[in-house]
Every structure is written in C-alpha cells, then in structure tokens.
Design a protein around this ligand. Structure first.
Ligand SMILES: C[S@@+](CC[C@H](N)C(=O)[O-])C[C@H]1O[C@@H](n2cnc3c(N)ncnc32)[C@H](O)[C@@H]1O
Length: 266
C-alpha cells in the first residue's frame, strides 16, 4: 500500500475511532523523543548490580506467573533492599505479590491501592477489582489502605518509611504525582525508593516513566538514582555503589539459578 493510501486509511480509522490517536501519542518512540528533547544529557540511569554487591546472592520469592506483576528479579531486588529495614510502603497492590514477598523480611508493611468501587467506576472488569489483594490479604499483618494516590492525603499517615515501592499508575502524570507525594510525605533521610516499570524489560527503558521520576524528584536528588541491573526497577538510594553504563544487547556476565516449586494456595 502506498504512503498516501496508508495516510487516508489511518485518518479514516481515527475519524471513526478518535481514541486511536492515543496509540500515536503514547507510542514508545514518541515518548523517547520527548524525553531526549527534555533530558538530552541523560539517556539512561547508571546501573548498579544489587545482586552482586555482597557476594553470594541467594533469595527465594513467591510469584504466580500471571499478568501485571513483577518479574522474579524485581521481587528479589525488593527483598534484598528490605534487609535491615523496618518499614515498607507501596503504591499499587494488585494481587499483592510484591508486599507479600517483602513481608517475609519486614514486619511493618503497608500497601495502598484504589478501592474496588473506584476500580469498578473506571469501567474495568469486576473480576479484576475482586482479585486485588488476593495474595497479600492472606497475611493479616499487612496493612491494606485504599485510596487514589492523585487525591489521597499521604501526610495524614504521619509516618516515614525505610523502603517505598512506587508501582501504581504508570502514566507520566501519575508517576510524577506519586514521586512528588512520596518524597514530600513518606521519606526520611535514609529512605530507599524503588519505581517499578522504569523499564519495559531489563534492556528497554520506559521513557514516560523515567521522565515522571525525574520531573517528580528535586533536581539535586537525581544523582542518587540508579537502574537496578537485571530488573525493570529504578532505585533512589544514598551511598557509593560501583556503577556500569546501561547497555541493551548486553553480554551476560552471570547466570541466575532458578528452582521452581509449585504450591497450591487454595
Ligand atoms: C502494576 S499493579 C501493582 C503490582 C504489585 N505491586 C506487584 O508487584 O505485585 C498497579 C496497581 O496500581 C493500582 N493503581 C492504579 N492507579 C492507582 C491510583 N491512582 N491510586 C492507587 N492505586 C492505583 C492498580 O489498581 C493496580 O492494582
């Protein structure tokens, strides 16, 4: 098909279904170009291999291998960062896998999510709303809070957390919103903050999320941001770490050994 024919066909489709415009506006390459215009000096974050810091990394995680959750190394990263910490807060519960895993290390864990009513009001599948917290609610020690991070008053919690996981709505606006609120209300001098979906996969940056993180964080704190190698997460942490440059098409330097064990939870 010629370019002119394609253009008319595309315009016809957009006229019939205007929401198709979002596909163009949210296209990965479009977001990448927008990012490079705003941050031409900063193509990716420096990488830290948190799995290689203390030597002999060995972690067990629980996950259900279904849609919308984290990858095994994201959960292993959270458990690793949770060591020697006492309080955990996360935005974005979904089935509750991330908080369930962290709760094996930290006793005081809070997870925050839209209520079922609000999820239903977005017109999403009722079953999706019902499944929220299906894993984490099996642990009565985990505190489940409901609200919309856009409007919730995080200051009302009157508490600072050692480890925070931002994994709610991944649009630019909401990542910026959640980042601003977390750093305003929930962090102390030594808090560690982790963002999920900084990358689509360990080798592909998700630029709208990256821009939300940078724009939500005071500029003087950008120097404490890293990409956790082998994961989809960005990490804010103070301290000196050996870093490496991000590479896609990276030559592997190590192997993770994975033992899968199936456990019925019903
Ligand atoms: C990717 S899932 C979280 C996955 C979970 N952290 C895990 O790793 O198992 C994102 C969650 O954020 C919730 N969410 C989306 N927008 C939100 C908002 N504005 N306020 C609070 N929660 C929100 C969704 O309902 C969904 O449960």
């Amino acid at each position: 098909m010629s370019k002119i024919k394609k253009t008319f066909k595309a315009l016809g489709n957009i006229l019939k279904e205007p929401s198709l415009l979002n596909l163009i506006l949210n296209d990965r390459e479009v977001k990448k170009k927008e990012f490079f215009q705003k941050y031409p000096h900063l193509k990716t974050l420096p990488q830290v291999n948190f799995f290689d810091l203390e030597g002999g990394f060995n972690e067990t995680i629980d996950l259900c291998f279904l849609d919308g959750g984290s990858i095994p190394t994201d959960l292993a990263l959270l458990k690793t960062l949770a060591k020697n910490k006492n309080t955990y807060f996360e935005i974005g519960t979904w089935r509750g896998e991330s908080v369930w895993n962290v709760a094996k290390v930290i006793k005081d864990c809070t997870t925050f999510n839209l209520s079922k009513e609000e999820i239903n009001a977005f017109g999403l599948d009722k079953k999706y709303a019902e499944l929220h917290g299906i894993i984490s609610k099996q642990n009565p020690e985990i505190l489940h809070l409901e609200g919309n991070s856009k409007t919730f008053d995080f200051g009302s919690l009157n508490k600072k957390y050692d480890l925070i996981f931002i994994d709610g709505d991944h649009s630019y606006e909401m990542v910026k919103n959640d980042t601003e609120k977390v750093f305003k209300h929930l962090t102390h001098e030594n808090s560690v903050v982790v963002w999920h979906d900084y990358a689509y996969s360990p080798e592909k940056i998700r630029y709208e999320v990256f821009m939300g993180i940078l724009d939500g964080l005071p500029k003087n704190l950008h120097q404490n941001l890293y990409h956790a190698a082998h994961s989809m997460c960005a990490v804010f942490t103070k301290g000196n770490f050996p870093t490496q440059a991000f590479e896609s098409l990276k030559e592997p330097e190590a192997l993770f050994e994975v033992n899968l064990k199936y456990r019925n939870i019903k």
